[in-house]
Design a binder for this molecule. Structure first.
Ligand SMILES: Cc1cc2nc3c(=O)[nH]c(=O)nc-3n(C[C@H](O)[C@H](O)[C@H](O)COP(=O)(O)O)c2cc1C
Length: 678
């Protein structure tokens, strides 16, 4: 098969701002590329991300800023979230941004393009697909068949409707071009409408838009041709295609290869990238998380690149490290690197990497919190390792000096206290941090030793580097009491002392020493590798991800693991994309889940039998041969130092769990906010 080698130009400047980067560390990543008739200054593109930064479905200053920050941080191209462009979408698909306020689109393009970054609008329609349960009425699709998540059955589009849609999307692309956009990306993966046409599982049509591969790809092929005809040869057209979608009878590698070959064969598209998953149990494949391997899409990308006939390929999927990105390009596995979450975590990822400051990158930990904020909570995109997403000064952020310098003492060396400490010190305050452990990172450090936790080091590694740069005085390895704190003569104290799990009601006070909470238990188990006989039982009144990571650890150490929860299912305190992985791993690990139940304390426990009762009926069940029992419950803040400090006239702030027990997101966010407000 003939391949079309992309044009290289090693001498292309890195940025319009005239920044000079060191090309020796990541030479290929910093090489420019001709995409169609446009030059990209390097090989990094920001993958499409829905941000919830629009308001009333209009472009906002925040949305423009989000993309401008990624452009200022070095990205050569940035793909927007889906833009509702066809008239029918306004009501049916309810996109975040609709093409009404064209001055907003123009401002958006002017700002991003002025930073030598190509702005690409995404064309997408959800069709029948939803990211959560709950049927949608009036959805449109390829055939009147349900998706696997919401069980929405769409109306099958008539061939005339398809042609009208193509016309509308092409017109809208022309409008974007007139507003100054460099191109569009057709999002034809992830289970959305175009994907529904491509897949034999969702497309059972017998007209020209179904039947065989030529028929199923016709909608996308005609759309590409219509955009090209209207917008000309210099307008970038990108294709996001389904790689493997994880549904039996749908699209696997051979099918993705056919689709790729047919849709790139006419050489109408300027780039192609591949995603995974669909609106089904395979939703988790959209955003490969930290429980899987690094670069999980790459074996697929390599194979599909061979079917792309020389159309430049974007490698995408949990690429977080510049050395990995460089290796992908150097080995000829792709022409471009697509970064989604990595650029949410650090918009200056490339700028820092290219200036020998890769150690300063706040790396994506693949926790998918960003997805949770937009999909589950419909809140602006947020990140555990970037407390400033969307803010003006986000790119390569360093705090502004405070007007008045004060003595600040931080109590607690976890990620919340450490965040507050480095930010306050960087503002010029004299900061002392007390940590009870000899190392920094607090309970996040414990999480690192449990399955799926390895990447969390990125949070406190960055904070530690920043704390050293900002001059935080560390007093580690002692549990600071009131007197210790007062010896630092603080004007401000930030309490980041964490929170403790509340012993459950079913556990008698006199037995509490026998049954540790999950954190204490995990700390004791880390490092053990010999399997123990018997069953480990975990009472789960927490439902966040760490509980199930601990269950996996227990599963490696005990013969059986049983989770008992008073709710009707598990893992309710997390968004679906991560939850699917949890449910799958619990099932694959044969971890037994007993729902709607709480343990009942009785003498039988001494002989290894734990009783539990149904929360409604009180019916008793038994688990035999119990060798381990622990609990994960709501946490109470360890804030008892606040009162005496306030009585001593000190200004006190609480951050992280000490303020309100929550997840990593609130820990770094609250620490950052307090440090930056001092
Ligand atoms: C918060 C979030 C929002 C996303 N929104 C979109 C979207 O609107 N359109 C799209 O095609 N992909 C979307 N994606 C998928 C990304 O473009 C990308 O395919 C995926 O995150 C894998 O790349 P990564 O590992 O670099 O993050 C989204 C991903 C995340 C995490």
């Amino acid at each position: 098969m003939a391949t079309r080698a992309p044009a290289l130009n090693q001498k292309q400047p890195m940025s319009s701002a005239g920044e000079q980067f060191d090309h020796s560390s990541y030479p290929t990543l910093l090489t420019s590329l001709m995409l169609g008739k446009q030059t990209l200054r390097n090989r990094v593109l920001h993958a499409s991300m829905t941000t919830e930064l629009s308001r009333d479905r209009k472009v906002t200053a925040e949305l423009i800023q989000y993309h401008a920050s990624r452009a200022a941080g070095g990205a050569a191209m940035t793909v927007t979230e889906p833009l509702g462009m066809a008239p029918h979408q306004r009501e049916l698909s309810r996109p975040q941004v609709v093409a009404e306020n064209l001055d907003g689109f123009t401002r958006w393009a002017e700002r991003v393009e002025s930073l030598d970054c190509r702005l690409i609008g995404q064309i997408q329609d959800s069709g029948r697909g939803r990211h959560y349960a709950g049927r949608t009425h009036d959805a449109l699709g390829a055939s009147a068949l349900p998706d696997d998540l919401s069980w929405t059955v769409p109306h099958a589009l008539h061939a005339d409707d398809i042609r009208r849609l193509i016309e509308a999307f092409a017109d809208a692309s022309r409008t974007l071009q007139q507003c100054g956009f460099s191109g569009v990306e057709i999002s034809a993966g992830h289970g959305h409408l175009f994907h529904q046409f491509l897949s034999p599982w969702s497309n059972r049509r017998e007209d020209e838009y179904g039947g065989d591969w030529a028929g199923r790809t016709r909608f996308v092929a005609e759309l590409v041709a219509a955009i090209r005809a209207l917008c000309g040869s210099s307008f970038i057209i990108g294709l996001k295609l389904p790689g493997v979608d994880g549904i039996t009878g749908s699209i696997g590698l051979p099918e993705a290869g056919e689709i790729t070959e047919l849709l790139t064969g006419q050489r109408q598209a300027d780039y192609v990238c591949f995603c995974q998953g669909a609106h089904a149990r395979s939703l988790e494949m959209h955003l490969p998380d930290r429980y899987g391997e690094r670069l999980p899409y790459m074996p697929m990308v390599r194979q599909l690149r061979a079917r792309a006939g020389g159309t430049p390929v974007v490698a995408l999927g949990r690429i977080t490290d510049p050395a990995e990105a460089e290796a992908i390009l150097r080995d000829g596995d792709a022409e471009l690197i697509g970064l989604g979450r990595a650029l949410v975590a650090d918009p200056a990822w490339l700028k820092k990497s290219a200036s020998n400051r890769a150690h300063d990158v706040r790396y994506c930990i693949s926790c998918n919190t960003c997805w949770g904020t937009i999909i589950s909570y419909h809140r602006p995109i947020a990140c555990v390792n970037n407390p400033r997403v969307g803010q003006r000064d986000e790119t390569d952020f360093w705090p502004q000096p405070a007007d008045t310098k004060r003595r600040v003492t931080v109590v607690g060396g976890g990620v919340s206290g450490l965040e507050a400490a480095w930010v306050a010190a960087a503002r010029g305050h004299e900061v002392t941090l007390f940590g009870s452990s000899a190392t920094l990172g607090g309970r996040a450090r414990l999480r690192v030793h449990v399955p799926g936790g390895e990447t969390i080091t990125s949070i406190y590694d960055y904070q530690q580097t920043a704390a050293a740069r900002a001059g935080v005085h560390l007093r580690l390895g002692r549990h600071a009491d009131l007197a210790d704190i007062l010896t630092t003569r603080p004007e401000v104290v930030v309490l980041a002392c964490g929170a403790d799990m509340i012993p459950p009601d079913w556990l008698p006070i006199e037995e509490q020493a026998l049954v540790p909470d999950l954190r204490t238990a995990v700390a004791a188990l880390i490092g053990l590798s010999v399997r123990q006989p018997g069953t480990a039982v975990l009472f789960d009144a927490d439902h966040s991800e760490g509980v199930y990571a601990a269950a996996e650890l227990l599963n490696a150490l005990f013969e059986h693991v049983v989770i008992i929860t008073p709710r009707d299912t598990i893992a309710t305190e997390m968004q679906l994309v991560t939850r699917q992985g949890v449910l799958r791993r619990m099932a694959e690990g044969r971890i037994r889940v007993i729902t709607l139940a709480t343990p009942v304390w009785s003498e039988t426990f001494e002989s290894g039998t734990l009783e539990y009762a149904n929360v409604y009926t009180g019916d008793i069940g038994q688990i035999e041969d119990v060798a381990f029992l622990s609990y994960a419950t709501p946490r109470t803040p360890l804030d008892e130092l606040a009162r005496p400090l306030r009585e001593a006239g000190v200004e006190v702030h609480l951050v992280g769990d000490c303020q309100s027990a929550g997840e990593l997101l609130s820990a770094t966010a609250s620490g950052h906010a307090v440090g930056n407000a001092l």
